[in-house]
Design a protein around this ligand. Structure first.
Ligand SMILES: Nc1ncnc2c1ncn2[C@@H]1O[C@H](COP(=O)(O)OP(=O)(O)OP(=O)(O)O)[C@@H](O)[C@H]1O
Length: 274
């Protein structure tokens, strides 16, 4: 059966279209994932493959489960007592939901950037050096190198190189967000999860972060939750449209925005609801 035929079959039977991409490695493979907060089901039978060195955008109306899904990839929702999960999330082939999987292993591989910049009340330098220090790096010269490389990677080095010892709270919101991206880069992650990283930023800072995401995908795999459809269309390779806890459609971003398979996707991207 050709890839195309296989794809069509899945569209008709599951209402979604995972894109089998045999040339690229899969970083995260989500299989039949369900999640409940108490009695309320927030994720329903999610099947999604996230590919290496791509930007995958998660879009959908408020409350459809985007944040819950991205937090599940980092095992951040399990701290909530009422949460119950079934299914599998394979990260590089290992099921992170397995009780024997060590969550610390995930923390060194997966960086997270949140909606509001959340630097620590410490110096710019210490914000970036924090993760490497936790992972046992003490050598000042190595730490200096990591901090510079991460700040350069997050396109903020030139703005802060002369004030590394100043408190991070003195930076603008856009600078703080890029600092938080630098903090995520400092652990040399494999994946960066971003939960609406530009929603609190002005248009210029937003553009900077968007350009940065394009740069970073050369070295990392990025999953970004966004309410901004232009942003998803501009910066992502693949887009998953969530609705009421389900993946309605998952496909190349071009396809989602030019020729969606599902009427509900079309209605959402043309602003008819949400
Ligand atoms: N800690 C929680 N306890 C109970 N229910 C929760 C909790 N967090 C989220 N939910 C519920 O799960 C559903 C999905 O929420 P989630 O935050 O994942 O949606 P979202 O798509 O990210 O929304 P938004 O775009 O508004 O951030 C919602 O109905 C929400 O009320």
């Amino acid at each position: 059966m050709s890839v195309l035929t296989e794809n069509k079959k899945q569209v008709s039977t599951m209402g979604e279209s995972p894109v089998p991409d045999t040339k690229k490695s899969i970083v995260y493979d989500t299989k039949d994932l369900n999640l409940w907060y108490g009695e309320d089901q927030a994720l329903k039978n999610i099947n999604l493959s996230i590919y290496e060195n791509e930007v995958t955008a998660i879009i959908g109306p408020s409350g459809c489960g985007k944040s819950t899904y991205i937090k599940t990839l980092n095992r951040m929702v399990e701290m909530i007592p009422v949460v119950r999960i079934s299914g599998e999330i394979l990260y590089r082939g290992k099921n992170i939901l397995d009780k024997n999987f060590k969550v610390e292993d995930l923390r060194t591989k997966v960086g997270m950037v949140f909606q509001k910049p959340n630097p620590f009340p410490k110096s710019i330098f210490e914000n970036v050096a924090y993760g490497p220090k936790i992972h046992g790096i003490r050598d000042k010269k190595i730490l200096n190198e990591i901090v510079e490389k991460s700040l350069r990677g997050a396109a903020i080095w030139d703005e802060v190189k002369d004030r590394l010892n100043e408190n991070a709270y003195g930076l603008s919101g856009g600078q703080q967000q890029r600092l938080c991206i630098a903090r995520a880069l400092a652990i040399e992650p494999d994946v960066i999860l971003m939960d609406e990283p530009t929603s609190a930023l002005d248009p210029i800072s937003t553009l900077k972060v968007e350009e940065l995401v394009q740069e970073l995908k050369k070295d990392f795999s990025i999953i970004i939750v966004t309410h901004n459809m232009q942003q998803a269309a501009r910066i992502s390779d693949k887009t998953a449209f969530f609705l009421s806890g389900e993946v309605v459609e998952f496909a190349d971003t071009n396809k989602i925005f030019s020729n969606p398979s599902d009427k509900r996707t079309e209605d959402y991207i043309t602003g008819r609801f949400g």
